[in-house]
Unconditional design. Structure first.
Length: 538
């Protein structure tokens, strides 16, 4: 025989029973059989949490104490939809067609108990595969900036051009890519559909059943920065806006006490060469805006939350300390607390990447953060000609430089110096240029000066057509500010000797192209050895 004592878990008060104090007594049963009791009508409310404990009596002796309390939630409805999923399984969907049609996802899940008919398996939870698909690498995508944004080497009016709102992210072709959409170095977003079933498994009814469903479209918009947090020389940071658009919250997700907490987790690491004092915990971590916890009904009413990530450098920017680069792999995380579930139920969005740096040689802003998952490109246009009679001030174009680069890459065999099978990089992300920042250290300065010296000697030799002449400069491609400049062979082998092109062009346009390039390096945080592309427009 068992005595059961039943209490309201929230108020810690007993239910009403004939014996009083919430006590119910079973009949005697044969050892090994179930002992059951009947709770009086009206004492247990659907969806409410209770607790109980037991005490055994064998007809002669009572147990000396009660068992530990155990909690349960009353569920008067029939068992939910049978499912092959396990408690804690969830889906993170980035297929744009399914994101746009959540009703189809809900229909298949309710019909089959999983999403295998859509070719999907849980991304998180016990049923998730151990290996996840790879994201698109930076070498497979680029973003392009018009060099006219940096006329005369000036800072642009808007250096960031942030994604303005959720709609701009949703309309971007790449927002559903697992690595997110990179509008530019400072502007990132990802769009996913979170599908979280409330799954309970037990002996009766046997198996696992869905007792509710949560689905929401999540849009995360990130903003990289030039400069430290509130002018700090140590704290690099980035801001994020998360929008949760709840499509459905049913069953256990609608019960009183059901909550969701949204945070932005970041796994940070320091790059090789970082000071030994760099704290791994400070490489990337949530800042002051570290998340929001609310009921599902409040998330449905207002789905916006602001988040941020910080990276604390151990030293102020200096050439001696290096760039103090930290990389963060960030993931939007959603944790659900449901009545009757003994643990938090987590779900995650897709993983993105951010880079923090303290580059002392970047004279405009030494600290900053960017999204590096796309190779940056700068565009020079062949139609961008100078106009000395432009209003306000003479307009300086870059057409001469654009023509030189385009001709050299199209027909490298016709360039000076001549070389059979000459190859000139920089036209695509799979064969980029690499920046050589002369201010990064003595090694970089020496290599930059070697590029200049090698070019100057050949330009003065009389073998370059058109010069020397007044009003003309000897233009070089690849640039002296790249590791593929004219002296590359001195550092990487004689096979690179003469892998460059020289041409005498208009001096003003040559120097204007250099000013724009330098400004772009600084504003878009193209660091030493960063890959980049030069695009030529019409």
């Amino acid at each position: 025989m068992l005595s059961f004592q039943v209490y309201d878990a929230e108020t810690n008060t007993p239910i009403t029973t004939p014996a009083g104090d919430g006590v119910l007594v079973s009949d005697f049963v044969t050892p090994g059989e179930w002992a059951t009791v009947q709770v009086p009508d009206g004492q247990l409310v659907d969806g409410k949490m209770y607790k109980f404990r037991t005490n055994a009596y064998d007809g002669t002796h009572y147990n000396l104490g009660w068992s530990p309390w155990r909690t349960f939630v009353v569920e008067t409805a029939a068992a939910g939809t049978p499912t092959s999923l396990q408690p804690g399984d969830s889906y993170t969907i980035n297929d744009p067609d399914l994101i746009a049609d959540p009703a189809k996802v809900e229909e298949v899940l309710n019909r089959d108990g999983n999403l295998e008919a859509l070719g999907l398996h849980p991304n998180n939870g016990p049923s998730a595969p151990s290996a996840r698909s790879e994201t698109m690498a930076a070498s497979e995508r680029t973003y392009t900036t018009d060099s006219k944004k940096f006329i005369r080497g000036r800072n642009p009016a808007d250096p960031y051009e942030y994604i303005a709102n959720v709609d701009e992210c949703l309309n971007a072709d790449d927002s559903d890519n697992e690595a997110g959409y990179i509008k530019n170095r400072f502007s990132y977003c990802q769009e996913t559909l979170t599908v979280m079933p409330a799954v309970r498994c037990g002996l009766w009814p046997p198996g696992c059943y869905m007792h509710g469903l949560y689905m929401a479209r999540n849009t995360l918009i990130g903003q990289g920065k030039n400069g430290g947090k509130d002018g700090s020389n140590y704290a690099r940071y980035s801001d994020f806006d998360l929008n949760v658009n709840v499509y459905v919250a049913s069953g256990d997700f609608k019960k009183s006490g059901a909550t969701m907490t949204a945070t932005l987790e970041c796994e940070g690491s320091w790059s090789a060469g970082a000071p030994p004092e760099a704290d791994p915990e400070q490489a990337c971590a949530p800042g002051l805006q570290d998340g929001r916890s609310d009921s599902l009904s409040q998330w449905d009413f207002d789905g916006d939350v602001k988040l941020d990530l910080w990276s604390i450098a151990p030293w102020q920017p200096s050439v001696e300390r290096g760039e103090q680069i930290a990389t963060g792999l960030f993931t939007p995380t959603f944790e659900f607390k449901l009545p009757g579930y003994s643990q938090l139920i987590p779900a995650e969005g897709e993983q993105g990447e951010i880079r923090f740096d303290s580059a002392a040689y970047n004279t405009r802003t030494q600290l900053g953060s960017v999204f590096p998952d796309a190779t940056p490109a700068l565009r020079y246009d062949k139609s961008d000609t100078s106009d000395p009679n432009a209003p306000v001030e003479p307009y300086l174009g870059v057409a001469a430089v654009a023509d030189h680069i385009d001709d050299a890459r199209t027909d490298p065999g016709s360039t000076v110096p001549q070389k059979t099978d000459k190859k000139l990089p920089g036209a695509s992300a799979v064969d980029p240029l690499y920046r050589l920042a002369k201010g990064a250290g003595a090694t970089e300065l020496t290599r930059y000066n070697d590029n200049r010296s090698t070019t100057s000697s050949l330009c003065q030799s009389g073998t370059v057509p058109g010069g020397p002449s007044d009003g003309l400069d000897c233009d070089e491609y690849p640039f002296a500010s790249t590791t593929q400049g004219s002296a590359r062979y001195k550092y990487e082998g004689d096979q690179y000797r003469n892998d460059f092109s020289l041409r005498y062009i208009d001096r003003q346009e040559n120097q204007e192209a250099g000013r724009r390039l330098g400004a772009w390096y600084d504003v878009h945080r193209i660091l030493n050895w960063d890959p980049f592309v030069i695009t030529i427009g019409d």
